[in-house]
Design a protein around this ligand. Sequence first.
Ligand code: GAR
Length: 204
Amino acid sequence: MKRIVILISGRGSNMQAMVEAGLPVAAVISNRADAAGLGYAAGRGIATAIVPHGDYATRAAFDAALAQAIDAYRPDLVVLAGFMRILTDGFVLRYQGRLLNIQPSLLPAFPGLDTHARALAAGVKLHGCSVHFVTPQLDHGPIVIQAAVPVLPHDDEAKLAARVLAEEHRIYPQAVRWILEDQLVIESGVVRVKGDHPQQLSAP
Ligand code: GAR
């Protein structure tokens, strides 16, 4: 049986979507003791751990402690789900090919933070989310699946974020399942799914 470890910093709704999708979540780890998602995971009988970033003097020391906590669960895949820490290159390379992230934008548009406000300010008509493998360059790794949503005339940041989040909950479990089932092929940084599975969704 394959195993995933999910890293969260807050609400954990993407983590919850994976648990509800029946994915094999071995543990949920947070850098914040007050992350709301920890309570949900514990309530479902899933192991939880906290590695508080404030306890470590450097990013490298934090990442080393985080890696130790992760490796205790021997995961096949490490899933970043709203994990709001920049990771060192050393950490990223340690998990290369088995470290996945979701970014609330249609990458390569809007890497980084505040994606919904930036999309509104840019006047884009389509926005969305992307699941990608993590590489040392922030939000630039190979894209596994994307979902697009319309940007509507009276949207504000909260409305747009909610529309995107619903799609996150659809595409992230799908991406994890493909990986656990060894369905992906990566060539020159381009991800393809074996068989005939669409790697893009549009909001219904
Ligand atoms: C999600 O929208 C995720 O895409 C985003 O944080 C939110 C976490 O929500 N991630 C990033 O912005 C990464 N830079 P959740 O805790 O309810 O899953």
